[in-house]
Each structure stands twice: as structure tokens, then as C-alpha cells.
Ligand binder design. Structure first.
Ligand code: GLU
Length: 448
């Protein structure tokens, strides 16, 4: 396999699909060497098969807004790879959603899910519906119209969607209600991220952020460092940033920044519990403005319009918002301000130039999203297990299992990512570990 040749062919076949091509190239660069040691992979054309989704559903979603006007959006479900289990991955509602974005996310999800140790394949879906400024009633009508098409594509042993950007507990509730109505199936397992009274798992809302901090803790510990007393800058203020802020504070770190599309809030004394609770109010308001935090806590949270979280001095940077949110320029600014660790919590949060720059800095600790944020989907897997057994575990049990999974993912990264000089390349480690598992499963199941 030559990465350049495969990428040229792929770019010709899928012109303009920038995020998808970026995600594939990153994985191929990491696995090239290992892949070429396995002639049987080449013979079975594993790469050519693995980079294409099994299938993509595209559908029209028509709904009526509060003014009585008819609105039409596009809906998608990308079923990427089912070699190790049913398709599993979130739904993203965001105005910029395209097939390219969902293909990149489905591709990433396949490897991420393989790392969790649980039997889950990779999928992703969503819509170009923009939740910003929408009322609860509009959100409900959209979710119902979306499920009117999606329900035929999914099932507890086929494809199990969950939340992602723009889709949280509220949306999963509306989606699940409509699924049950249409299918007359009252099992609890077709979506994850459900409410606590109807099959949800305790700690699922917190899981992505908690898992990310457990992973960060292991990265630091392996490098002989402690997170206690360190300053952390987070981007975003949604579900992932919220969970990360709770756990960072619990582990003794100081969260000194959160951000939004409108700018950054610096929090010099560190985020408080009241501020963390207020993040949930901000998310539910659909305003998408981090300035609301500064208005609510004047003098404690200081808003600067148009700036990113990466402009605030910190030890550890945790991108928690969107793909490509941290550029090479941001990486240089962070390092110049003394940052020595970046754990990507968002999917593909760092641009390739940023990753290369971080990795070129001696001693800098960088870990990629598919390892760092896997605690979210892992806890979805734990939700599926509880649903299948018709039981609910308590918080201690779920937290211990989540922590054990994050420890295992870290171990896999160390196993496959330790370099000749003793340093750990977490990007390589995560990609090779995930790839080997999916490739082996595909090989053993023949040409399908
Ligand atoms: N959207 C999350 C992710 O990117 C969670 C998916 C899930 O729980 O299925 O991994």
C-alpha cells in the first residue's frame, strides 16, 4: 500500500470531501508500515474496503416551524463498518453537516469503537438542521420528522444511534418516543443516551468528559506528571466540555477557560460548581453564546469576543467542541504560552499542522480524539449491555467499568505506539490498535 496512491484515488472518487479525506489520510499514514508487513491484508484489499462505508441512507426531513412555515432539511445515516458489531455512533444536528462530515465521523467511530474493547461497529448520522434559536417544540417536531425516515434503518442489533453535537438527552427523548410509536417495539435498546427513567445509563451524560480526563490522567502519569494543580483550557460549553470540567475540577485541576462560537471566557480563579451547572442552562437555551457565562458571573468569567480558548495561558489544552478547531497557529500560540499537553476530546479537533507541531516539540504530550473521547461511546456500550440484561447498574459500577476501559485504551496506545526512543506516539498507537482489530475481524469473515 502506498498512502499517496490510495489518497489520489480516493480524492478522485470523492471530490471536495475534505474532512473525510483528512480522516482517512491520518489513519493510513499511521498504519502504512504495519499494513505492509501483512501481505494477506493487501491481497484481501482491506484498505480499499475499509475506507468506504457499507452504505449511506439519505432522506428528506420536512417539518413545520413555530410560525407555521414549512422547513425542509436533509437527514443521513452512514453505516460504516459492522465487522466487530452492530453499527454504533451518534447523530449530529448542525447547519454544516454534509455527507463528507458524517463519513469522516463514521470512519473515526469504527476505530474508536474497536478500542473500547466492546463489540460495536462504526456508524454516524445527522442532519443539516440548525438547532440554534429553535424552540423546544420545534426541536421536537424536527426530531419526530427525522425519525419518521430513520426508524427503518436502525434496530438494537443492527444500528444504535446516540447523541453528538446538537443532540443530547432532550433530542434522544423525542427520537425514542417517535421510534416506539412507529415500530411498536418497546425495547429499550435502539438509542443510547436515554433518560434515567426509560433505560438510560447513569453517568452516560458525563461519560465522554470523564473518560477524557481519566485518559489525560494516564497520559500524565506515564510521563511522571500529576494533573493536580494544573491549569486547563477547554473549548466549547456543551455536554462534552461540561463532563470534562466536572472531572478536571474533581481531580484537582483548575479550568481557566471555556469558549463558544462567539468568543472565549477566561476564568482566572478556576471554574466553580455554579458555573459548571450553568453550562447546562446555556446548552438548553439554544443560544450558542458563551458570553452568557460572563453576563451571569460578572468579574469571574471574562468574555473576549472573537478569541479562542487557545489564547488563554494553560498547562493542558482540551479541545471539546468541533473538528479542526485547533489550527497550527493556535498550537504555536499555546506552546509559546507554556502549554505542554493537548488531549483532543472533540473528533479530529486538531488540524494536521497542529498535530505535527505538537509532536515536533520535545516532551509535548499529545493524544488523539479516537482514544481520548472513547469513554462516551464506551458508556453507550455499557448502556446497551444493561438494556439487554434488563437491569441498571449504579454509578460506582459504571464509573469503574468506564475507568477500566480508558485504562485499557491507554495500554493499547502504549503497546502499539511506543517508539524506538521510548516516547509514545498516541496517534500511531490508537490508529494501529483500532485498525488491527477491525482488519482481523474483516479477514476472518471473508469477502462480504
Ligand atoms: N457521538 C459520540 C462519539 O463521537 C458518542 C457516540 C455513541 O455514544 O454512540 O463517539
Amino acid at each position: 500500500m502506498k498512502v499517496e496512491t490510495i489518497m489520489q484515488q480516493l480524492a478522485a472518487k470523492h471530490p471536495g470531501e475534505a474532512e473525510y479525506l483528512q480522516a482517512v489520510e491520518e489513519v493510513l499514514n499511521s498504519i502504512e508500515e504495519v499494513y505492509n508487513q501483512h501481505p494477506e491484508f493487501e491481497k484481501a484489499k482491506i484498505i480499499e474496503r475499509m475506507v468506504e462505508p457499507d452504505r449511506i441512507f439519505t432522506f428528506r426531513v420536512t417539518w413545520v416551524d413555530d410560525k407555521g412555515e414549512v422547513q425542509t432539511n436533509l437527514g443521513y445515516r452512514v453505516q460504516f463498518n459492522s465487522a466487530i458489531g452492530p453499527y454504533k455512533g451518534g447523530l449530529r444536528f448542525h447547519k454544516a453537516v454534509t455527507p463528507s462530515m458524517l463519513k469522516f465521523l463514521g470512519f473515526e467511530q469504527t476505530f474508536k469503537n474497536a478500542l473500547t474493547t466492546l463489540p460495536m461497529g462504526g456508524g454516524k448520522g445527522g442532519s443539516d438542521f440548525d438547532p440554534v434559536g429553535k424552540s423546544d417544540a420545534e426541536i421536537m417536531r424536527f426530531c419526530q420528522a427525522f425519525m419518521l425516515e430513520l426508524w427503518r434503518c436502525i434496530g438494537p442489533d443492527q444500528d444504535i444511534p446516540a447523541g453528538d453535537v446538537g443532540v443530547g438527552g432532550r433530542e434522544i427523548g423525542f427520537l425514542n418516543g417517535m421510534y416506539q410509536k412507529l415500530s411498536r417495539q418497546y425495547h429499550t435498546g435502539v438509542l443510547t443516551g436515554k433518560g434515567m427513567t426509560w433505560g438510560g445509563s447513569i453517568l452516560r451524560p458525563e461519560a465522554t468528559g470523564f473518560g477524557a480526563l481519566y485518559f489525560t490522567h494516564h497520559v500524565l502519569e506515564t510521563a511522571g506528571k500529576d494533573i493536580k494543580g494544573k491549569t486547563v483550557a477547554l473549548s466549547g460549553f456543551g455536554n462534552v466540555a461540561w463532563g470534562a470540567a466536572i472531572k478536571a475540577k474533581e481531580l484537582g485541576a483548575k479550568v481557566v477557560a471555556i469558549s463558544g462560537p462567539d468568543g472565549v471566557c477566561a476564568i482566572p480563579d478556576g471554574i466553580t460548581d455554579e458555573m459548571i451547572d450553568y453550562m447546562l442552562v446555556m446548552r438548553a437555551s439554544n443560544r450558542n453564546k458563551v458570553q452568557d457565562m460572563a453576563d451571569k458571573f460578572p468579574g469571574k468569567a471574562i468574555f473576549t469576543a472573537g478569541k479562542k480558548a487557545w489564547s488563554v495561558k494553560c498547562d493542558i489544552a482540551l479541545p471539546c467542541a468541533f473538528q479542526n478547531e485547533l489550527s497550527e497557529e493556535d498550537a504555536r500560540e499555546l506552546v509559546a504560552n507554556g502549554t505542554w499537553c493537548c488531549c483532543e476530546v472533540s473528533n479530529m479537533g486538531c488540524q494536521p499542522g497542529a498535530i505535527h507541531f505538537f509532536q515536533s516539540q520535545p516532551g509535548f504530550l499529545f493524544a488523539p480524539g479516537k482514544a481520548v473521547n472513547a469513554g462516551g461511546v464506551a458508556t453507550s456500550g455499557l448502556e446497551m449491555t444493561q438494556n439487554a440484561e434488563h437491569i441498571s447498574w449504579d454509578a460506582k459500577e459504571v464509573d469503574e467499568r468506564l475507568h477500566a476501559i480508558m485504562r485499557s485504551i491507554h495500554e493499547q496506545c502504549v503497546k502499539f505506539g511506543t517508539q524506538a526512543d521510548g516516547t509514545i506516539d498516541y496517534v500511531k498507537g490508537a490508529n494501529i490498535a483500532g485498525f488491527m482489530k477491525v482488519a482481523t475481524a474483516m479477514m476472518e469473515q471473508g469477502l462480504i
